[in-house]
Design a protein around this ligand. Structure first.
Ligand code: HEM
Length: 186
């Protein structure tokens, strides 16, 4: 017998080499937030630029949103008194939440737990899904405008996925009148 393969064939033995390769899934792996590792790093890179002007970012997003949707202030009214101080404080809270989400984006459980807790508070304060989406959308718009030159398709895609997750994870109660009011004002 001349060769190893002849020997194997002869004895009807399974060949040791070449072995059939295991099927290999080439799809990038997404975490529970639906983001691949490249997308997560891309978000963190983008955030490292935004965070240099975090205070200004919070203010710009707040001013843009409330200029366009003045009626949102009503959520900050209690017992007839408009709590502008809290609304203004809230602008920083919003950006801190996005900071925590992006910095902890590898830790899906942390992000989900935080969003769940936030949804409960907002639900109790009668914040609707539409209002939540408007704020999120303003944050997204600001990120895209600020990073204009430094932006990559991966970042845009990742940001869209993240914002959709942030909006869809919790279904805040929707009120039809609210939806109607917002679209009429726009
Ligand atoms: C991107 C969306 C939003 C984020 C990330 C966010 C973030 C937060 C955070 C972190 C708190 C807790 C603040 C604290 O404990 O001092 C909070 C509370 C609050 N937010 Fe938002 N917010 C969002 C959207 C909105 C919108 C659209 C409104 C209404 C126009 C709103 C109204 C309120 C109110 C009334 C509270 C006080 C709730 C309570 O009594 O505990 N938020 N928000």
């Amino acid at each position: 017998m001349d060769s190893y393969s002849e020997y194997v064939n002869e004895r009807k033995m399974p060949p040791i080499f070449p072995k059939a390769l295991e099927p290999y899934d080439m799809k990038p792996v997404e975490n529970e937030l639906g983001l691949t590792i490249t997308e997560r790093r891309s978000l963190q890179n983008g955030w490292s630029i935004i965070k240099q002007k975090q205070r200004r970012a919070a203010l710009t997003i707040y001013v843009n949103l409330f200029t366009e949707h003045e009626n949102l202030y009503e959520v900050f009214r209690s017992d007839g008194v408009l709590n502008i101080e809290f609304a203004s404080q809230h602008q920083k809270e919003v950006l801190t939440v996005f900071q925590m989400i992006i910095e902890q984006v590898d830790n899906a459980r942390f992000v989900k737990t935080m969003l769940k807790e936030l949804a409960l508070r907002h639900e109790a304060a009668s914040v609707t899904n539409t209002q939540w989406q408007l704020y999120t959308n303003e944050v997204r718009k600001y990120f895209l405008e600020t990073l204009a030159d430094a932006i990559s398709p991966t970042f845009v895609h990742a940001l869209d996925k993240l914002m959709n997750f942030v909006c869809n994870f919790n279904d805040l109660t929707e009120s039809k009148e609210e939806l109607h009011r917002v679209t009429r004002i726009k």
